[in-house]
Ligand binder design. Sequence first.
Ligand SMILES: Cc1cc2nc3c(=O)[nH]c(=O)nc-3n(C[C@H](O)[C@H](O)[C@H](O)COP(=O)(O)OP(=O)(O)OC[C@H]3O[C@@H](n4cnc5c(N)ncnc54)[C@H](O)[C@@H]3O)c2cc1C
Length: 385
Amino acid sequence: MKKYDVIIIGGGAAGMMAAAGLAQRGRRVAVLDMGTTPGRKVAASGGGRCNITNMNANHTRYFGENVNFVRSALANTKPGDILDWMTTHNLSVTEKAPGQYFCVQGADAVVAALMDDADGVDIKYETVVQDAEFINNQFTIQTNRGNFIADSVIIASGGTSFGVLGVSDVGHKIAKKFGHKIIPLRPALCGMAVQDFDPDLAGVTTEVEIKVGREIIADSLLFTHFGIGGPAVYRASVRDFDDGIMINFCPGKDIAQIMRDAKRTMGKKSVAGVLELYMPRRLARYFAQNDERRIADMPDKDILKIANSVSQFKIDAGNIKLHNLQSAEVVRGGVSTDKISSKTMESQLQPGLFFVGEVLDIAGDLGGFNLHWAWASARVAAKYA
Ligand SMILES: Cc1cc2nc3c(=O)[nH]c(=O)nc-3n(C[C@H](O)[C@H](O)[C@H](O)COP(=O)(O)OP(=O)(O)OC[C@H]3O[C@@H](n4cnc5c(N)ncnc54)[C@H](O)[C@@H]3O)c2cc1C
């Protein structure tokens, strides 16, 4: 049986980046992946355009029990380093929102670049890792295609969301076996199933501000058949929303004052008629709740009630169900960073065992932060494994 210096479990974003770094160091490396192609989530990322990194990557854009864990890796691999890496592969970027970079040539080109760097690495496809053990000073990895042995192992098996692309919790199982704590998994960067809105609103998009904890997220919201989605909601979903969320459907405007003024200046209009000057018509009708009165005929207290529901729409945590693991871009939770060195990504419980990417209890914000974490953490492990 061929023995490798390093076996990487998972040929996704982090696994392929780690393989490239190790190949450069002349290590004998195998990547074991359950699928038939590498980097399938990379290929699907950013709707096929791969939101590859974000200039604002710092610990405040990551979520988990100890977000300070990301500091060292992020200091070692800056977003600019990823842009430089792209340049070496003749890939260019476009900046969608400030600091948010997509690959002009598309996500498949990013996968091809990763493959290019991993030249010389043994990539074993359709190889489903089942377990790992450490006996006689080496790791034995058990798979559906027999056992593989190595001095070191990098677990890069990712999160468990978006199962259609082929995912598993093997990384969490192996981590647990070696004594690591697993922080419970939940979907993140996904929509929220809520009952508060009329199903007729499905398809309507509007700019909002969502207050989650002490943060205010300004982005667009999309009404869906199950509740709410879109970037603002995705971003809220990765955060801790134990106190629920509060949505302002008319951000940057004092809608109560606007409606009071409308009584004088456009008194013949209905409430919906006034509101639709500031939001999509269907949403304006929803807030007006079939109230056909002229705004001039409405008492201020009724106006205030509607204005409050527009600008301070509260949804309690108990009424929010995350929708759902199958559609979530990432998971919150994973292998606790507690007993892992942030400087090397190596387990403090089992020398030679490394963890990188989404399998760890680190989830990034929407906007390229998750891939950046995969690249940055993988590059660290590739230096030490
Ligand atoms: C639809 C979608 C769009 C996204 N868009 C973006 C984006 O634009 N920007 C961004 O920053 N992030 C994006 N993300 C998130 C990002 O893709 C992931 O966070 C990132 O790929 C995680 O990298 P990883 O290497 O840890 O895991 P993955 O890339 O998921 O790789 C894990 C690999 O492990 C393999 N594996 C798992 N279990 C086993 C097993 N038992 N045996 C063998 N192999 C196994 C899997 O097959 C997979 O190839 C998106 C995610 C999704 C689902």
